[in-house]
Design a protein around this ligand. Structure first.
Ligand SMILES: NC(=O)C1=CN([C@@H]2O[C@H](COP(=O)(O)OP(=O)(O)OC[C@H]3O[C@@H](n4cnc5c(N)ncnc54)[C@H](O)[C@@H]3O)[C@@H](O)[C@H]2O)C=CC1
Ligand SMILES: O=C(O)[C@@H]1CCC=N1
Length: 270
């Protein structure tokens, strides 16, 4: 089994480590680096057998180095990695907006880099990850990354030019669903239901709807039409959603997320 090192074990780093552990990865084959001592202790306690490492150690031992720091924190990480990596390393970047070309400029010639946009459902083995090869990444490197990510959800390959859109859609996507669920639970409160009951009603409705969508038997439009009876309740709700421009708001929101991803990448142009 390959040794994986996660550099920056925050929310998404932990989601990957935890997903790999659940997928059967040995804790001794998982390393992480983390700048906060408290976070190191927290993770070592939560995942017995998994150990923090130095960057040198991670670079020496790991078959795959996964960079999971905030895009704003990338430069010191690349400066640390630069003298340690060569063409036999494999770097996977999970950072929103950061192009593989940035890594290629900062690291030694020939270091293969794969850009990946995952999402937090990795924690429950249901991630949607999209990967794109950098200049030096081969089909074999992509196969390694695909194998790794397939332990924690679905994987697709996309051209790197689509990664900012992917980030806005599936990288941030879970937040939009959580936001909707939160708002719908509030609607239950408005209608006088107890919070716990409103939560159960909405969350199970979300799980059921997601399962029907994932089965893929019918287009989302047909699934919605099947709930929308003539002169019934649903069409009254839909009229309000249309009146409030919810569809247009989603288009604008996701476009704004895409723009921010592009901006995060531009911040590191030389
Ligand atoms: N949270 C999410 O849903 C997703 C995040 N991402 C990407 O993953 C990356 C991380 O995001 P989050 O996990 O949300 O952020 P986070 O802030 O929870 O995690 C980043 C971690 O990196 C650590 N860190 C920073 N500099 C370090 C260094 N030099 N050495 C060691 N550790 C260092 C921080 O202490 C922190 O624990 C970002 O680039 C983000 O764009 C990608 C997909 C989804
Ligand atoms: O909000 C962010 O910047 C990160 C990237 C995708 C999801 N979360």
């Amino acid at each position: 089994m390959s040794v994986i090192a996660v550099l920056g074990a925050g929310k998404i780093g932990e989601a990957l480590l935890s997903g790999l552990l659940h997928g059967g990865h040995a804790p001794g084959d998982l390393l992480f680096t983390e700048r906060y001592e408290g976070r190191v202790r927290e993770l070592e306690e939560r995942y017995p057998g998994m150990r923090a490492a130095t960057v040198e150690d991670a670079a020496k031992r790991a078959d795959v180095l996964v960079v999971a720091v905030k895009p704003q924190d990338i430069e010191p990480v690349l400066a640390e990695l630069a003298p340690l990596l060569g063409a036999s390393s494999l770097v996977v970047s999970l950072c929103a907006g950061l192009p593989t070309a940035l890594y290629e400029r900062r690291l030694a010639d020939g270091v293969p880099v794969v850009r990946v946009m995952p999402n937090t459902p990795m924690l429950v083995g249901e991630a949607m990850s999209a990967m794109s090869p950098g200049r030096y990444a081969t089909a074999e490197h992509l196969a390694t990354v695909r194998e790794l990510l397939s332990h924690v959800g679905q994987v697709v390959e996309v051209p790197e030019s689509q990664q900012d859109a992917v980030t806005a859609l599936s990288g941030s996507g879970p937040a939009y669903f959580f936001y909707l669920v939160e708002a719908m639970i509030d609607a239950g409160i408005l209608l006088g239901l107890p919070r716990a009951l409103a939560g159960q009603l909405i969350i199970q409705s979300a799980v059921g709807a997601a399962k029907m969508l994932a089965e893929g038997k019918d287009h989302p439009v047909l699934l919605r039409e099947a709930v929308t009876s003539p002169a019934g309740t649903t069409i009254n709700a839909i009229r309000e959603l249309e009146k409030h421009g919810v569809r247009a708001a989603l288009l604008d929101a996701i476009e704004a997320a895409r723009d921010r991803s592009e901006e995060l990448g531009r911040a590191h142009e030389d």
